[in-house]
Design a protein around this ligand. Structure first.
Ligand code: HDE
Length: 703
């Protein structure tokens, strides 16, 4: 970041006013006598208070709540040269600095991280050719096809205007009224109702550029492409119940996780992947590639993984960087260009416009976080908050008094030249018929889910539609679902007290789409049971439940095995402070029973030790912790006497063992000398993450 007075080191400095005057008292205002009135002469008081009164800037109208990190991007090789001339995508010797901001969309700045929502995934690449912004989401399609519907969509989903309820939630009448009258939203609705709406962490969610873009090579040949981010830590989500509880226990769950991972050196990593098709293939598919409510199924158009983003530095200051960063899908570099997607086209207007209000004028590109890392040379000048103008008398072009400078560059000098797409047609307010299929990809999504995810979606609809008060809106939604999948419609109808629609036919594709390339199923759309998911424990968080008298060897065995791979252990006891192991060693407690909860961890490990276990047997919080962990299908490990604790939880249909063995992700061994083996099995369970077979007995586990 550029040097800035406000970020100067405060150590060994005297306090001053904004004018640089040293201050002798920062705790008392100037008064007429010790108990007298405050005086206008107190310029220090007035300056301090005036500044404070104006500290807030308008929050983003959408994506208000965010967290961000600096990073670097490197392309693996020059193989994209045949498609694009963008240097950061083709020169493997370049390391491009980045700033990535993740966000929820609907809630205001103070809302919780874990609400059901889309997540923004916006990356600014400070490239050698100027800034390139990839302003995407963690879901591949979008709600609407034409930008002109965006204000309606956002009004409908935001809190209702008469009472400003509900905050950060789609579960209300206005939203479902809009959705049920706007069937183009249905594919995206499937995504929003799925596990993808509850990412376990920012480091374990995918990113999508959403729109179709163009890649342009040196010869000016254009290909269509879609951008993806693939997390190297796999794709993981939490359940709706966990999300709701976490919103109370730690509303900063996702942003804290991002911050902590980076502080500990466990840098989140994402691969940039591209789907690329030639212009000749534009009409080969059963969807229109310009329609942003559609995905390009990976089974039809494979991904090419081309480079890696490593997020390796936390911001120095939230406001200066995360809040003031201004993304814009129109920030391009040579080699990338727009398609005619009408959603993208509308965004090209909106992002610049919104910064005028949010950042107070047209000079936001001079805020350090927004500055490109290459020189800016033009005749723009003045305006609110201008930091510098060009020196000298010449502020116009053409000029001869300044030798004609600055000159426009040619394409061979690195200038951006718009792709010369041939254009013809009538000016017309109408959608293409090729945008009319609103059901096929919603079917594709739902039918491609695992049984567990389908069940989560049904429960999601029970919550969302169950909160809708107008019965005709519920009914209209169920009618749409019946065109997508009749079993889904029936299950949803049952939970929300409306009749399952009789006689609604499943949607079938149009004659025009028949014979085009089409995916019948797309396992790549899943969140769980993804084949590439089970590889690493990096970033996972394990709770260790213990009290005085615990088995220290078991705790060391666990820590040694998993911390070196980037997982994190936290010791949880009734009270904070130090706990003593059976052999007299101290361990520091990270959290007490009040400051944490099982929903904040990926797994729990309980070492033996007679005294420790006997104490925990009498603690309701401990039993609850383990039962809740079981309910949410996460790994549990128990060694020696701790096996008895697991038994005391009366977990339905669970086997516990005398020697190290696993049942449904619960690793037990009454034999306490086998801690190493327990840890090995526990680590395996941690990689698998969830044991969904337990969901079958969910109703038997009160949590
Ligand atoms: Fe945005 N969007 N958006 N959006 N969007 C904004 O810009 C808008 C859309 C996305 O971390 C705003 O600076 C319109 C799609 C992200 O700062 C605003 C339309 C996608 C972020 C705006 C869309 C996005 C925004 C609010 C329909 C995924 C946060 C503040 C045409 C590809 C970036 C701001 C950050 C932010 C407008 C649709 C992603 C108002 C008009 C589709 C990640 O300009």
């Amino acid at each position: 970041m550029a040097k800035n007075d406000q970020s100067m080191d405060k150590a060994h400095q005297h306090l001053t006013t904004d004018q640089g005057l040293k201050i002798n008292d920062n705790d008392n205002s100037l008064k007429a006598g010790i108990r007298g009135g405050t005086l206008m002469d107190d310029f220090h008081f007035r300056e301090k208070m005036t500044h404070f009164d104006h500290e807030r800037i308008p929050e983003r109208v959408v994506h208000a709540r965010g967290a961000a990190a600096h990073g670097v991007f490197k392309i693996y090789d020059d193989s994209l040269k045949q498609y694009t001339k963008a240097r950061f995508l083709t020169d493997p010797s370049l390391e491009t600095k980045t700033f990535t901001r993740f966000s929820t969309v609907v809630g205001s700045r103070g809302s919780a991280d874990t609400v059901r929502d889309v997540r923004g995934f916006a990356t600014k690449f400070y490239t050698v050719e100027g800034n390139y912004d990839l302003v995407g989401n963690n879901m591949a399609p979008f709600f609407i096809q034409d930008a002109i519907k965006f204000p309606d969509l956002v009004h409908a989903i935001k809190p209702e205007p008469h009472h400003e309820i509900p905050q950060a939630s789609a579960a209300h009448d206005n939203f479902w009224d809009f959705v049920s009258l706007t069937p183009e939203t249905l594919n995206m609705i499937m995504w929003v109702l799925s596990d993808k709406a509850f990412p376990r962490s920012f480091a374990t969610m995918e990113g999508f550029g959403v729109h179709t873009f163009r890649l342009i090579n040196e010869q000016g040949v254009s290909h269509f492409c879609k951008f993806h981010w693939k997390p190297l830590a796999g794709v993981h989500s939490i359940t709706f119940e966990e999300a709701s509880k976490i919103a109370g226990k730690d509303p900063d769950f996702n942003r804290r996780d991002l911050w902590d991972m980076i502080e500990k050196g466990n840098f989140p990593e994402f691969e940039l992947a591209l789907q690329i098709i030639s212009e000749n293939e534009e009409f080969d598919f059963d969807f229109d590639i310009l329609d942003a409510t559609k995905v390009w199924p990976e089974e039809l158009i494979p991904l090419k993984r081309v480079g890696k983003l490593t997020m390796n530095r936390n911001p120095d200051n939230y406001f200066l960087e995360t809040e003031q960063v201004a993304f814009h899908p129109g920030n391009l570099v040579p080699g990338i260009d727009f398609s005619n997607d009408p959603l993208l086209q509308g965004r090209l207007f909106s992002y610049l416009d919104t910064q005028l209000t949010r950042l107070g004028g047209p000079n936001f590109a001079q805020i350090p976080i927004n500055q490109p890392h290459v020189p800016v040379v033009n005749n723009q000048q003045d305006g609110f908050m201008r930091q510098n103008n060009m020196k000298g008398r010449i502020n116009y072009s053409p000029n001869s008094l300044g030798g004609g400078c600055p000159f426009a560059a040619g394409a061979n000098e690195g200038a951006f030249v718009h792709h010369a797409e041939r254009v013809e047609g009538f000016k017309i307010k109408q959608r293409s018929e090729s945008f009319n299929d609103h059901y096929s990809q919603a079917q594709l999504f739902y039918n491609s889910m695992s049984a567990v995810e389908q069940q989560h979606m049904v429960e999601g609809f029970h919550f969302e539609l169950g909160k809708v008060e107008h019965m005709h809106v519920r009914k209209r939604m169920v009618d749409h679902l019946a065109k997508i999948n009749s079993a889904l419609a029936e299950k949803v109808a049952k939970g929300i007290g409306v009749d399952a629609p009789a006689g609604t036919e499943l949607y079938t594709i149009s004659e025009a789409a028949k014979g085009r390339k089409r995916a019948e199923t797309s396992p790549a759309l899943r969140t769980i049971e993804r084949k590439e998911n089970v590889s690493t424990i990096k970033g996972k968080k394990v709770a260790i439940l213990l009290e005085d008298g615990f088995d220290g060897a078991a705790v060391s065995a666990l820590k040694t095995a998993i911390e070196k791979e980037g997982a994190l252990c936290e010791v949880v006891s009734k009270n904070q402070g130090k706990r003593k192991s059976a052999s007299g060693d101290d361990v520091k407690t990270d959290k007490n029973h009040m400051t944490t909860a099982s929903v904040l961890y990926d797994a729990v490990f309980i070492p033996g030790g007679k005294e420790s276990v006997e104490k925990m047997m009498k603690m309701g919080d401990v039993l609850y912790f383990i039962r809740e962990m079981y309910k949410h299908c996460k790994p549990i490990g128990a060694v020696g006497e701790a096996t008895k604790l697991v038994e005391a939880c009366q977990l339905p249909e669970l086997m516990v063992f005398d020697q190290p063995a696993v049942d449904k992700g619960v690793v037990t061994s009454l034999n306490g000398s086998k801690a190493d083996e327990v840890v090995k099995l526990f680590k395996k369970a941690l990689i698998q993450a969830r044991f969904w077979e337990r969901e079958k007995v969910k109703d038997m586990i009160p949590a």
